[in-house]
Design a protein around this ligand. Structure first.
Ligand code: DC
Length: 223
């Protein structure tokens, strides 16, 4: 079974996806981390971020994989080829580079194959922007998770403080979220939007535990 969780940056997708996977005993796939890993590799290789073909070549040449920290059932470590990029893909530099990289059709095509191959291998909670619309249009459960811009910016600042990486300036984080929302929603290929049959959940005024429980309930009642 596939549970698709889409929505803008900072809506709580990662936290919710990982908790739902843990509760249901599913695996979990963070597709945003895959785009970030390609952005990291492209910068390392000196690839121009507006060169669709060269970016596609990067995405086709490297496998992205996930690993576990001992004792944690949720895969939090990210690798591209043999390089671990778990922390390197969470910097402000990658936040900026990932928009043009994820807008490149050749990159999306290459990652679509990888994402389907991984997800079709079992029970998965898959989070991203186009999971319910493009990657897994037949997903058993589709959720579109949102929150107000301000709430999302506050959460991202707290997350960056906890991780010790990324910007902790609220205004800068808010501006970056809005810039990425605009880029994600307006790109020609697989833009961010809710699938017609997605359940829309606004997490601004709900405890995250309620959101997690609501999605688990949707999964239980659809199986
Ligand atoms: O979820 P995130 O912030 O880690 O995602 C990083 C970027 O990747 C974000 O700008 C949107 C893009 N993305 C995408 O285009 N499609 C996906 N399925 C997942 C992420």
């Amino acid at each position: 079974m596939i549970i698709a969780i889409d929505g803008p940056s900072g809506a709580g997708k990662s936290t919710v996806a990982k908790a739902v996977a843990k509760e249901l005993g599913f695996s979990c796939l963070d597709t945003g981390a895959m785009y970030r890993a390609i952005a990291w590799r492209a910068l390392q290789n000196g690839v121009a971020l507006d060169d669709n073909e060269a970016l596609g070549q990067v995405a086709r040449s490297y496998d992205i994989s996930f690993g576990h920290v001992e004792g944690d059932p949720v895969p939090r470590r990210v690798f591209i080829g043999d390089d671990e990029v778990t922390d390197a893909i969470r910097t402000a530099e990658i936040d900026r580079a990932v928009s043009p990289v994820s807008a490149a059709p050749a990159v999306r095509e290459a990652l679509l194959d990888q994402q389907r191959r991984i997800g079709n291998g079992g029970n998965y909670v898959v989070e991203g922007r186009d999971i319910g619309t493009v990657v897994f249009p037949d997903a058993a459960v589709k959720v579109f998770l949102t929150a107000s811009d301000e709430e999302r910016a506050h959460r991202r600042v707290r997350q960056n403080v906890d991780r010790g990486i990324g910007s902790i300036d609220y205004d800068e984080v808010l501006a970056d979220l809005r810039r990425r929302d605009e880029a994600d929603s307006s790109r020609a290929t697989a833009p961010l939007r809710a699938a017609d049959d997605a359940v829309q959940i606004d997490s601004t005024s709900h405890y995250i535990e309620e959101v997690i429980e609501q999605i688990c309930e949707l999964a239980r009642s659809s199986s």
